[in-house]
Design a protein around this ligand. Sequence first.
Ligand SMILES: NC(=O)c1ccc[n+]([C@@H]2O[C@H](COP(=O)([O-])OP(=O)(O)OC[C@H]3O[C@@H](n4cnc5c(N)ncnc54)[C@H](O)[C@@H]3O)[C@@H](O)[C@H]2O)c1
Length: 440
Amino acid sequence: MKKNIKPAQGKLGILIPGLGAVATTLIAGVEAVRKGISQPIGSVTQMGTIRLGKRTENRRPKIKDFVPLANLNDIVFGGWDVYSDNVYEAATNAAVLESALLSKIKTELEAIVPMKAAFDKNYAKNLIGTHVKQGTRYELAQQVIADIQNFKEAKGCDRIVLVWCGSTEIYYEASDVHSTLEKFEQGLKDDNKLISPSMIYAYAALKQGIPFANGAPNLTVDIPALIELAKLTETPIAGKDFKTGQTLMKTILAPGLAARALGVNGWFSDNILGNRDGLVLDDPDNFKTKEVSKLGVLEDIFKPEDNPELYGNIYHKIRINYYPPHGDNKESWDNIDIFGWLGYKMQIKINFLCRDSILAAPIALDLALFCDLAKRANMSGVQEWLSFYLKSPQTAPGLHAENDIFKQLIKLENTLRHMMGEDLITHLGLDYYEELAEAK
Ligand SMILES: NC(=O)c1ccc[n+]([C@@H]2O[C@H](COP(=O)([O-])OP(=O)(O)OC[C@H]3O[C@@H](n4cnc5c(N)ncnc54)[C@H](O)[C@@H]3O)[C@@H](O)[C@H]2O)c1
C-alpha cells in the first residue's frame, strides 16, 4: 500500500554547519546543474534508476521521477562556519572546483554568507576560527534555533533539513549527559563540555522537527538523548560519515571476496590528503574518531566470528597522513592479502586517485533530499535505509550495521518501493520459470 507522502511543495532550505570543501562543492554543483552547465553525476536521486515490477515489465524510471523529491530548482542553501568567507571564497580556497566553473556562478555563491558558528575549539584544535557565537551551550542552541527560523522566513522556505559538513570532532563516547533527553537539556543549561558543537546544531534542528544528517564520523545524533528527541518530534535522523574514497572501495570489494568465500588475512590502508579536513585529522584525537568509523566496516562485512577460518585473523590497519601538496585530491593505497583454494596466497593492490569532495557532494545532496522525503512520509528516528551513503551507519540499539553496499542498495530501493506501494524485489526469479512451465 502506498504511504501517505506529503507533496514536495515550495522551497526546501538545506542548512549546512561547516561550509568547507564538501559543502561548497555541493552548493556550487547544484548551482551549475541548475544553470545547465553540468550534470549531477554520482547523485543516485538525480541520475539513478530503479527497477519496478517484474523484469518483463521493463519499468525503470529515474528515482527522482518515481518518488516525490524536492526539485533542485526549489533548493535554497545556507549554513554556518567558524570562518566568515562566503561560499565563493570558501570554494576558491578549497580548490576542488576550477575557477572557470566557479566564475560562472560567482554571484549566486557570493550571496551565501555563513552565519556565526556554534563552536568549541577543544573539539577541533587545528582550527583558528573567529566567526563564532558567544554564550553557554544552552544559549548557543537558542541562537541556532533563531538562525534557522530567520533563514526559513527570509528565504520563504516551506521545509528545512540540516546536513553536518563540519570538521571531524575529537573522539568522544556517549556518556551520562547523552543518555536521556532530560539529562541532555540539563547539560545544555549547565554548559556541560561533553556536549559537542555538532550536537548543539542537531538539538536545535530536532527540537523543531527538522531532519538532521551527519556527514562526519563524530557521534552527534547517535546518542540516546537525540534519538529520543527525534522520536518525540517525529523527525528523521541519519549518520555517520559520508561513504567516499577508500571506504567506498572497501564496501564494494570486500562483499565480493566474502561472496566467493575467499580468505583475507591483511588489509593495509594508507591515505594522503592535503585539505582542511586532512589538517584537522592530523590531530590524533580527531583522527581517532575517523579511525573508529573506518575500522568497523570490514568486521561487519566479513563477520570473523561466523567464519574464523577465512576472516578470524585479519590485520586491518588504517593511516591518514596530512600532505598539503595533494589538496583535496586524496590518494589512497590498499594492500590486501587474500588466500584461496588450499590456502594459496594472493595480493590485491589498489591505488585510488580520488577527489574526496567530488564523491561526497552528491551524497550530501541525496541525504538531504531523502531525509526531507522521509519527513514528508512520516518516517522518524534512525533511517537505516540511508546507510548506503554512510561509512558507519547508525542503527537501532543492539542491531548490527549492514556495510555491504549492495545489500544497502537493495534496502534503499526496497524502502522506496515500499513507500510508493510497489512490490518489493527479492531477486528470487523462480516465478518466471514456473510461469513458463505452466504455459506449456
Ligand atoms: N571530503 C570527503 O569526502 C568526506 C568524506 C567523509 C566524511 N567527510 C567529513 O565531512 C566533513 C567535512 O569535510 P570537508 O572536506 O568539507 O572539510 P573542511 O575542513 O573543508 O570543511 C569543514 C568546515 O567545517 C567548519 N567547522 C568546523 N567546526 C564547525 C562548527 N562547530 N560549526 C560550523 N562550522 C564548523 C570548518 O571551519 C570548515 O570550514 C568532515 O568532518 C569530514 O571528515 C568528508
